[in-house]
Design a protein around this ligand. Structure first.
Ligand SMILES: [Zn+2]
Length: 437
């Protein structure tokens, strides 16, 4: 039997795992997750309980068909499934391409995605619209498999759309460990933002009483240190290292399902990446999501460490929200959307007084609580170097002036309160941004 790397996931999927904080069993929407050294020969056995008596569209692109799709197709066929193999020539995660995919799969009852990224997002969204079930055999590590959202472009703007997670996610490490190293680095970087997202999310909870869950981090904690130690082994295709990486990817996806929010892994660092996606259109540097998030996580980590390691608390002033500036920066339409988001978290005099008082009375306790979940910047940047990931805006192909704008203005695009807001409202963000590249 092929070596199993599911760990806690196996218990989560069967509903046997209990939340250590409440003692309550946790249920997840995904019915089956397999993480094994090889799934060769097990394809039918995995798919059968989820897609019995369904005609299946096995959807791959030209590349993933060669690495795994052909094998899945012939295994399912010889196990008695009625299947249609679809080698999608030009997968795009946009509304027109999703329509094309719906047309291609119209004669099938359920979809089996063989691939990652764009292909998985499109299959997830197409099957959601058509009320069909879908499962996925990933060809690279990524966080998006287990999440209930799909990233789709509408009229050129990427949006995170509500969909349903896959019924089954089947990770064959013998295939995934052979994926292009850039994709592995990207997943690694997208995972290590755990620390900056947690600091931001917990901070928002401590200052404003917003919702916060410890559970996602409890699930990830067991593997995180191991992952840092695996940076070199991942580059050598080591199965154990990939087992850890893939398990964490799946857990982050499940955490989003369990908490019903993307907050556990998406705060300031993702806002910055979102800003790059929104405003670096014309000269798209063709970077991967995880590459962007790796770079922006390092920037957020440096900022969080700078503020929280200071013995003296920042002193906030009411948020400067200049609508004319925002409209001038983004144009009227997007400017207005940003203003709506930004208004939700902008601080007035009364709020800044309250927070300043809280800081002056509780700064030590506050920084200890956040310090307990924050990693040193040096630890993050060493891990990124060890795996050979890109680490600066310049590495992403972004002009320095644009990356400084990312640091300065990305807080305007979403209502989530992060350390970027603390830095801006206490007057230190400009000097900080001026040193970013
Ligand atoms: Zn991400």
């Amino acid at each position: 039997m092929s070596e199993d790397y599911g760990g806690v996931i196996n218990e989560l999927v069967t509903g046997e795992w209990k939340d250590p904080l409440t003692g309550q069993p946790i249920s997840v929407d995904i019915n089956s997750i397999a993480i094994k050294k090889s799934l060769d020969g097990m394809e039918g056995e995995l798919v059968h309980p989820l897609h019995r008596n369904e005609k299946l569209a096995v959807v791959a692109d030209r590349y993933t068909y060669e690495v795994l799709g052909r094998r899945i197709g012939s295994a399912l066929r010889s196990d008695g499934f009625a299947i249609e193999e679809i080698v999608w020539k030009k997968p795009q995660a946009d509304s027109e391409s999703v329509e094309e995919l719906r047309h291609l799969t119209r004669h099938c009852d359920a979809l089996i995605a063989v691939g990652a990224g764009t292909l998985n997002d499109s299959v997830k969204y197409a099957s959601f619209i058509d009320k069909k079930k879908y499962s996925v055999f990933p060809t690279s590590p990524q966080l998006a498999y287990g999440t209930p959202t799909a990233s789709i472009s509408f009229g050129g703007f990427k949006r995170s759309i509500t969909a349903l997670p896959a019924q089954g996610v089947f990770f064959d490490l013998s295939v995934i460990s052979q994926c292009p190293i850039r994709l592995t680095r990207s997943a690694f970087a997208d995972l290590i933002c755990r620390t900056t997202a947690q600091v931001d999310w917990l901070m928002s909870h401590l200052l404003f009483g917003t919702e916060y869950h410890q559970l996602p981090y409890f699930l990830l904690a067991h593997d995180e240190d191991k992952l840092f130690g695996h940076a070199k082994a991942l580059q050598e295709g080591d199965f154990k290292a990939f087992g850890t990486l893939v398990r964490m990817c799946a857990l982050m996806g499940l955490a989003v399902c369990i908490t019903n929010t993307s907050h556990p892994g998406s705060m300031g660092e993702h806002m910055m990446s979102h800003y790059i996606d929104m405003f670096f259109h014309d000269v798209n540097p063709n970077t991967l999501h995880g590459e962007q998030v790796g770079v922006t996580s390092l920037t957020m980590s440096r900022l969080q460490n700078l503020i929280l390691n200071n013995d003296v608390p920042p002193v906030l002033k009411p948020t400067k929200l200049k609508e004319t500036d925002i409209n001038a920066r983004y144009g009227k339409e997007i400017g207005q959307q940003c203003i709506e988001e930004f208004k939700k978290k902008a601080l007035d005099r009364k709020e800044t007084d309250r927070i300043n008082r809280y800081f002056s009375e509780n700064w030590k306790k506050f920084t200890e609580k956040l310090g307990a979940v924050m990693l040193p910047y040096e630890k993050l940047s060493a891990a990124m170097r060890d795996i050979g990931a890109v680490t600066t805006g310049c590495d992403l192909g972004l002009p320095q002036a644009f990356y400084q704008d990312v640091v300065l203005y990305s807080r305007e695009v979403r209502d989530r309160f992060t350390m970027l807001d603390i830095a801006a409202d206490s007057g230190i963000l400009e000097a900080f941004a001026a040193e970013c590249r």
